[in-house]
Design a protein around this ligand. Structure first.
Ligand code: DAT
Ligand code: MG
Length: 166
C-alpha cells in the first residue's frame, strides 16, 4: 500500500450545523496522520481554482458560493491533509458518494449530508479523488512550510494556480 497524502475540506454546511467534530471522529479510526490543518477563509479565486474542472457545469456558481460559505453564512472551512497507506481511497470510502441520498448511510455524506429543499447538495466534506488531484489540491491549499511532511509538488499548473488564487 502506497503512502499517500489527501486533501480533506470540512465544508460550510458542516461548520454551520456543528458537525466539524463528528466528521473528524468518523475519519479518526482510519489512523492516518494529519500533516496539515488550518481554517481558511475561501476566496472566490481559491474556490474557482479548486473546482476548475467543473466550471462548465450548470451548478458551478452555486458550488463556488457554497465553498465560500455564502449559502450558509459561514466565514471559514477547515482544510486538512491526511497522510498514510492508501489514504486517498480510504478517506473517499468513509466520505461516501457525492450525492448524499445515494451515499451509503454509514458514510459521512450518507449519514450527515442532505439535499436542501432549494436543491443544494450539502455533502459535508471534500476529499481528493485520485493521486493527481490530491497533489494539485494540496499545492493549491497549503504551502510546503505548512505541511509536516514533504508532499511532492504537482504538475506545473498548480503553482501558477496557487499564486493566482491567493
Ligand atoms: P466529489 O465531491 O465527490 O469529488 P465531484 O468532484 O463530482 O464530487 O463534484 C464536486 C462537488 O460539486 C460535489 O461535492 C458537489 C457538487 N456537485 C457535483 N455534482 C453535482 C450536481 N449534479 N448538482 C449539484 N452539485 C453537484
Ligand atoms: Mg471531486
Amino acid at each position: 500500500m502506497a503512502e499517500q497524502a489527501t486533501l480533506v475540506i470540512i465544508k460550510p454546511d458542516a461548520i454551520k450545523r456543528g458537525m466539524m467534530g463528528e466528521v473528524l471522529s468518523r475519519l479518526e479510526p482510519l489512523h492516518l496522520e494529519i500533516i496539515g490543518a488550518k481554517a481558511v477563509r475561501v476566496s472566490q479565486a481559491l474556490a474557482e481554482a479548486h473546482y476548475q474542472d467543473l466550471r462548465q457545469k450548470p451548478f458551478f456558481r452555486e458550488l463556488i458560493d457554497y465553498l465560500q460559505g455564502k449559502l450558509h453564512g459561514t466565514s471559514f472551512v477547515l482544510a486538512l491533509v491526511f497522510w498514510g497507506p492508501d489514504a486517498i481511497e480510504r478517506v473517499r470510502q468513509v466520505a461516501g458518494a457525492t450525492h448524499p441520498e445515494q451515499a451509503d448511510p454509514v458514510s459521512i455524506r450518507g449519514a450527515l449530508g442532505r439535499m436542501t429543499s432549494a436543491g443544494v447538495m450539502e455533502n459535508v466534506l471534500h476529499a481528493s479523488a485520485d493521486p493527481q488531484e490530491a497533489l494539485r489540491e494540496i499545492a493549491l491549499w497549503f504551502t510546503p512550510q505548512e505541511l509536516l511532511r514533504p508532499v511532492p509538488t504537482s504538475r506545473s499548473g498548480s503553482i501558477r494556480i496557487r499564486s493566482k488564487a491567493r
